[in-house]
Design a binder for this molecule. Structure first.
Ligand code: HEM
Length: 494
């Protein structure tokens, strides 16, 4: 508590009622001494040069030169807000997580929304997947659920992630995004069809972060007090309704406002119009997972709701804007490794890679002590990591006097049965076409026409060879899908 207060005192606050800035009778340098003069440098006479001994001036420029840190390698542009998660249904038969064990229980959360491919200054209203990273400050430690606004992903094997992201980012020679690179990758990896269909559908450009669902996407696990494991998928359904822009509407919005999603979220919260999402889980027993006709750990697949219905769990409400964007949003670090007793991972290889990858990225982006920053710090009553020192330590972590024999078994998971030889398996009959085909068949004709046109727009400048390969994949999902895309492309070339 004392340490938190001390850290908070370093941040600007709103308590003086003067907006985001602390009240300042005069400016000081970083050592706390008053500035000799905030506007005029120390010079040798009226027309003379600067003097190096003007340490206040030198300090000001050295601080300024270090105001930027590396942006996130993906999901660089984002918006964040604090809020609460409230339990509405008792699912303790599936999980022993304490923060979920009682109807009405509230847990503080911090959520960061983002686009994926654009850089820090990218416009919000772009056709892209949206990230939704959640940090639950639970009484047993922080639980991070780092998901997207889509229930599936483009790939199922983590070896491909950097290659895939390279096709979404700027070409190293032209320094421009490349439609050819994106579609070449997708046409060579039909497991992307499901996610590509969602991305090119109406849901590809939400009007703001409040108007979309969020998903954990991967299969995670719940562990109950009897040490039974259940596989789960998390769904967060927007209570604001779904709202999207067409390509033409988005182009107009971007022309007038590059921060449309940031503005929408920030202003709604400032006005007290707090957005909410209802949270549900799909549950699969370990036996069901073993007998499942499809791979339940394949991130390119959804679990049919008819087989695995949604169980309500609670709701999420965002009700407080951060006081300092850089300190709390830019320096936020979400990591899929962060779990608490009763919540675990699964054998999904994409998730397994992410357990490592985020911690590594954040140690580079923010430094080894980023978990001491207020937004990232665990708020559980017992907090005794056995780490010390390193860059930018706030001295928060002390060598705790702990008893190594005092074993707390709540974090132990039941043994996970493994089978087979270690090798690099190529999935047998992964069926990349049925689920995207089913999704396509759910769309009415107007939705299909917009899908065809969005794909034709996104294929601008793509080579005939790549286009043909991709149309063949669409046709395998549904002949009407391939034909509609071909027709939309041909109409453009006339
Ligand atoms: C951010 C890696 C797949 C959602 C990031 C970051 C890395 C990364 C390195 C930047 C982290 C930081 O600097 O703080 C990977 C790898 C993946 C993968 C290696 C697959 C092997 C996914 C998937 C999802 C996802 C499947 C969603 C289901 C996000 C989100 C962020 C993010 C929401 C932004 C977090 C924030 O707001 O700070 N990813 N990612 N990623 N990723 Fe992934």
């Amino acid at each position: 508590e004392e340490q938190l207060k001390w850290i908070k005192a370093l941040l600007p606050n709103k308590e003086d009622g003067k907006g985001d800035r602390p009240s300042c009778p005069y400016a000081t340098s970083i050592n706390g001494a008053p500035l000799a003069d905030p506007q005029y440098a120390l010079r040798a006479g009226v027309r003379g040069p600067l003097l190096l001994q003007d340490w206040q001036l030198v300090e000001k420029h050295t601080q300024f030169n270090r105001e930027r840190i590396p942006e996130r390698i993906v999901h660089a542009k984002g918006s964040g807000a604090f809020g609460t998660f409230t339990v509405t249904q008792d699912l303790s038969k599936f999980t022993k997580a304490k923060f979920l064990n009682e109807v009405g229980k509230k847990t503080e959360v911090f959520i960061r929304f983002s686009t994926v491919a654009g850089e820090l200054g990218a416009a919000d209203a772009e056709r892209d997947v949206r990230g939704v990273a959640m940090k639950f400050y639970t009484e047993e430690g922080n639980w991070d659920l780092v998901g997207n606004n889509t229930p599936v992903f483009f790939i199922r094997d983590p070896s491909l992630f950097p290659d895939f992201i390279h096709t979404q980012k700027r070409d190293p020679r032209t320094n421009m995004r490349s439609n050819e690179a994106a579609w070449k990758f997708w046409s060579e990896h039909p497991e992307s069809l499901h996610q590509v269909t969602i991305l090119m559908s109406d849901r590809g450009i939400p009007t703001g972060y409040r108007f979309m669902n969020a998903y954990g996407s991967h299969t995670y696990s719940f562990i109950n007090k009897d040490d039974e494991r259940f596989y789960v998928k998390f769904h967060f359904k927007t209570q604001q309704g779904h709202k999207h822009y067409t390509n033409a509407e988005a182009a107009k919005v971007v022309g007038g406002d590059r921060e449309s999603s940031q503005r929408d979220l920030y202003e709604a919260i400032e006005l007290g119009d707090f957005p909410r999402w209802k949270c549900y889980v799909q549950v699969m027993t370990e036996d069901e997972a073993g007998a499942c006709p499809f791979d339940p750990f394949d991130l390119t697949k959804v679990w049919p709701h008819s087989m695995y219905p949604l169980h309500e769990l609670g709701f999420l409400e965002l009700n407080r804007n951060p006081d300092n964007y850089f300190a709390e949003v830019e320096q936020a670090a979400f990591a899929p490794k962060n779990t608490v007793p009763g919540l675990g991972h699964s054998p999904d290889p994409m998730l397994q890679m992410r357990i490592f990858s985020y911690m590594d990225a954040q140690n580079y982006r923010l430094g080894i002590n980023h978990n001491q920053l207020p937004v990232n710090r665990a708020r559980c009553p017992i907090f005794c990591p056995q780490y010390r020192s390193g860059h930018m330590s706030l001295g928060e972590i002390k060598d705790a006097n702990f008893n190594p024999d005092a074993k707390v078994n709540s974090m132990l998971e039941p043994p996970l049965k493994l089978e087979g030889d270690a090798f690099r398996p190529v999935p047998k009959n992964p069926d990349d076409y049925t689920q995207p085909g089913n999704l396509f068949r759910l769309f009415d004709q107007d939705q299909r026409n917009r899908l065809f046109n969005n794909i034709a727009d996104a294929m601008e400048g793509v080579s005939k060879e790549v286009m043909e390969k991709q149309i063949e994949h669409f046709s395998r999902c549904d002949p009407a899908y391939g034909a509609g895309v071909r027709d939309a492309i041909q109409r453009r070339s006339k």
